[in-house]
Design a protein around this ligand. Structure first.
Ligand SMILES: Cc1ncc(COP(=O)(O)O)c(C=O)c1O
Length: 426
């Protein structure tokens, strides 16, 4: 039957139905480039869905997946275990700091948030304490399941349904540019202090190391260390959402490594499988897991999915770690990111640009208005570089395999797009 709302029967999420018909169709991707149905190649400035950290079509990832497909696709994670998931969990424990030794594998970042919250809330029950209040940033994005969506106060994602537990949102006390100053950092910590002091004892504070969808806001240096201290003073768990920042995106293996802290719980996805297959993880400290051994919940975690820790996805995850080490992707992220940030920072002299910020290979250009951001991003795409813009902020998060030539191309094409938009304004 003819579809009445658009020319496609595919209902894509987070996209107005009236806009679905005009979308670009991507048909091929290799290395750091993608091709559309018209045959035009683009430098992929957004790593697929911000997850293709090893680039596209990497032969080692294809080979790892093929080998695992041939040996064992997957098997019931409730009654058995398999080598790819066991190996991934122990390798994650090796690279994570401190007591973060225990891993639950899921399929998506939202499921990782869901599992992290259930573990955090159950942890307090296990300890005989009735804590269920969770504190997050208002500009947070932690995913789209019922629980995960409750954590965000962003107008475009805020849930219409009541949360099953109290959530307190901390708003940014200043603009993203001002927040990076010493005064901005103090004001921010002041708001988290107040949120922890007001109301019943908090179960957990959950934050991203960099507010991705909330405007690509780079948090002040040292903020996470101060938040860690604050959580310890109030006995609240600190949950770090590393779904976007983890696996080298910010120029360190994890975003929290910049501050040298160990969170109590960490959520991971995106870069964990380089986007090749659905995979996510929740890492918790051994002392949190130990509370699940006690009665009456000695049956363990009452949460899991059929394909959680899928053998092929886990095999890919193990090879991602090999590639990251062999190709020095964390180091490359830091180096190319610094060049990009320095080069794009020069655009701040344009009246169209309000702020340029970044950490590793995530750089944001905040325009003076959403229309300017759209015009610059569209011109950049026409020139052959894919970026993403939301609410006046252009986000660039290319694969961590970015080369010097790729970085130069991004700088040149975005620079020209800003110059042209500037000239058109006059
Ligand atoms: C920081 C963060 N947390 C959680 C999620 C949710 O992940 P998923 O889309 O895989 O459910 C995202 C997705 O963009 C994210 O950026």
């Amino acid at each position: 039957m003819q579809n009445s709302t658009s020319t496609s029967s595919l209902w894509r999420p987070w996209t107005p139905i009236t806009q679905q018909a005009n979308s670009m169709r991507i048909v091929e991707a290799k290395g750091n480039r993608v091709r559309d149905a018209e045959g035009k190649w683009y430098l992929d400035g957004i790593s697929g869905v911000l997850n293709a950290s090893c680039g596209h079509g990497h032969p080692r990832l294809i080979e790892a997946a093929t080998r695992q497909f041939q040996q064992l696709v997957h098997y019931d994670p409730m009654v058995s275990t398999h080598d790819p998931a066991e190996t991934l969990a122990s390798r994650l424990a090796e690279i994570a700091p401190g007591e973060l030794n225990e891993t639950v594998l899921t399929n998506s970042g939202s499921e990782a948030t869901e599992a992290a919250l259930r573990i955090a809330l159950q942890y307090w029950r296990n300890n005989g304490e009735d804590r269920n209040r969770v504190i997050t940033f208002e500009a947070a994005y932690h995913g789209t399941t019922y629980l995960a969506q409750q954590l965000s106060g962003l107008p475009f994602t805020v849930s219409e349904w009541a949360p099953p537990f109290p959530v307190d949102h901390v708003s940014l006390p200043a603009s993203p540019r001002e927040i990076r100053t010493e005064e901005g950092a103090d004001a921010l910590i002041g708001l988290f202090t107040r949120a922890l002091e007001a109301g019943p004892p908090a179960a957990a504070v959950m934050v991203e190391p960099l507010l991705g969808l909330g405007g690509c806001v780079v948090l002040p240096a040292g903020f996470l260390a101060r938040l860690r201290k604050l959580c310890d003073q109030h006995g609240a768990l600190l949950i770090l959402d590393e779904v976007f920042c983890g696996f080298g995106r910010t120029g360190r293996m994890f975003g929290f490594d910049h501050d040298g802290i160990t969170p109590d719980i960490v959520t991971l996805s995106k870069g964990i499988s380089g986007g090749y297959l659905p995979l996510a993880a929740v890492m918790v400290t051994s002392s949190i897991k130990e509370t699940f051994i006690r009665e009456p919940i000695a049956q363990g975690l009452r949460y899991g999915h059929t394909t959680g820790g899928h053998a092929v996805a886990a095999a890919v995850g193990n090879t991602v770690l090999d590639i990251m080490a062999d190709e020095k992707l964390v180091e490359n992220s830091a180096a190319q990111g610094a060049t990009l940030l320095k080069g794009l920072g020069k655009l701040e002299s344009s009246p169209l640009i309000a702020d340029v910020r970044g950490l590793g290979l995530v750089v944001a250009i905040e325009a003076d208005a959403p229309e300017s951001a759209a015009a610059i991003a569209e011109a950049t795409a026409r020139a052959g570089v894919m970026t993403r813009h939301e609410r006046g902020v252009i986000r660039i998060a290319p694969p961590l395999t970015l080369t010097d030539d790729d970085t130069a191309e991004i700088l040149q094409k975005i620079g020209t797009a800003v110059e042209d938009a500037d000239a058109a304004r006059r």
